[in-house]
Ligand binder design. Sequence first.
Ligand code: TEU
Ligand code: CA
Length: 587
Amino acid sequence: TDKHRWWKEAVVYQVYPASFKDTNGDGWGDVPGITEKLDYLKDLGVDVIWVSPIYKSPQADMGYDIADYEDIDPSYGTLQDVDNLIKEIKKRDMKLVMDLVVNHTSEEHAWFLDSRSSKESSKRDWYIWKPAKYDADGNRQPPNNWAQILGEANSAWTWDEKTQEYYLSLFTPEQPDLNWENPAVREAVHDVLRFWLDRGVSGFRMDVINLISKVQSFGDAEIKVEDNKYQPGDKFYANGPRLHEFLKEINRKVLSKYDTLTVGEMPFVRDEDEIIRVVGAENEELNMIFAFDIVDIDNVPGDFKYTLHPWDARDLKEIINRLQRLMLERDGWNSIFIENHDQPRSVSRYTDDSDEFREYGARLLCLMQTTLAGTMYVYQGEEIGMRNVPPSWEPSEYKDIESVNFFKKYQDMYSGNEEKQALARKIMQKKSRDNARTPVQWTAEPHAGFTSANAKPWMRVNDDYKTVNAKAQLDNANPSPGYLSVHAFWKRGLEYRKENKDVFVYGDFEVLDLEDKKVVAYKRWSEKNAFVTVLNFSGENVAWDKLGDLKVKKWVAGNYDETEIDSKAKSGTLDLRPWEALLGLVE
Ligand code: TEU
Ligand code: CA
């Protein structure tokens, strides 16, 4: 129909380049490493490759601090390497999407160097500068109480000695926020988009794009986290007053002139009208967003991310149901993802990553994602069921700035308190971004084949690589009769999704049995076909009797022995084993 678009049907694979594949033995992944693996990605069923930032950067936040939007960081390669990558991608009928980080730049970007050089600089108002405040004791204080996002113990404002003012740096001091109120900034950003689109790139993943418009009063945030000096300030900068104007401008001036995929990262915001204003087909802003509901499921609501909060299948169903229905009913569009470089590994987080159940869990999550409506995103390593780092890791082995800051906060606040230090380690192992950033496990060779044997990987490889690696799963796609390796299951799942795109990409959605605490189940259908997905999100046997009127014609996929799948009940009560997942064609 007229609502079909290539970017809706596409399977997007996210590459986190430092950890993907190293080709020159410096222990750091690179652009030629991506090129080397294109056949692997094509074979998996990938259509679009989204590469996390490879631009010139001091790497304070792994490239999300950009010093030059129009050049490549030498640690990743050269512009020629990227041209070659684009050429090779096109040859295979795939597309490249770049990461666009324009809420902020690096402090080393020429624009900021100029801006901070003097109050009279012509680029002073390209960033957000404010005078200090003074408390009753005459001590200098930042302009307001907002906390830094990647270092919650600190202020979002950084003092500049030379010009005696604060600049806004929501993420880290090395990432000053651009002032989007200034039309010259917006035009410079438009030029960045054109630069890459003209080079053959097919779209952008837009980093924290909903933070670009700030409430200009820059007032204090309400106190939500009692034991923290600074507070979450998102009410003042998430989906701020001019966001839609700025997005429409980008669309009108740049995007509408190309055929692109655009996905905006949109933390903090749950409001349905706000979501539709961005992704509603009529609104001409972005194709889709990354909503944070599923990846925030285990955070204490209203608190920072490094907290632990229990959840069960009901919470997951509520989210899936709400977002699937919202997009279908209001002509918006979903992104289906549960992993990325900021999140722990899904098999560890949502299922059970023990040796006994890891593969079942990974196949269950695959079956869930490949049968939901939206554009499908796979994060590197997800397709082989990579795990979180093991609990035995020392704090010093975590590399991410957010992890470093979190450990430091706990050390400062609770020094000498063994219990709190143990808690910090536990939270880290469950939630840190490092979990997703360990090198991809390609083979059982030294360093998992990520880099050469005598090199030192920039980040420790997960010890489980001898059993969990791509080669083992490719060589042995059928580890035992009726079972597929996690990789083979993904490959088949993506293929099946495309063959039945009328249902899985575009079809209708209805959740079954919202109340059950263990099982997530839903029906998907089109004019041609109907399917039911049943997922046991528990390590227990469950007798599930909520198929209702549905009669299964044939079970077509499952994460247990598929040679026996026909013996499963087709109506009435379904006996589910731990983490069992089933897909059935219904009458
Ligand atoms: O992340 C934005 C974001 O809000 C979170 O996902 C963030 O990673 C953090 O964990 C919240 O506690 C994006 C990028 O994906 C991330 O890698 C960058 O660090 C960040 O923006 C700044 O550019
Ligand atoms: Ca390298």
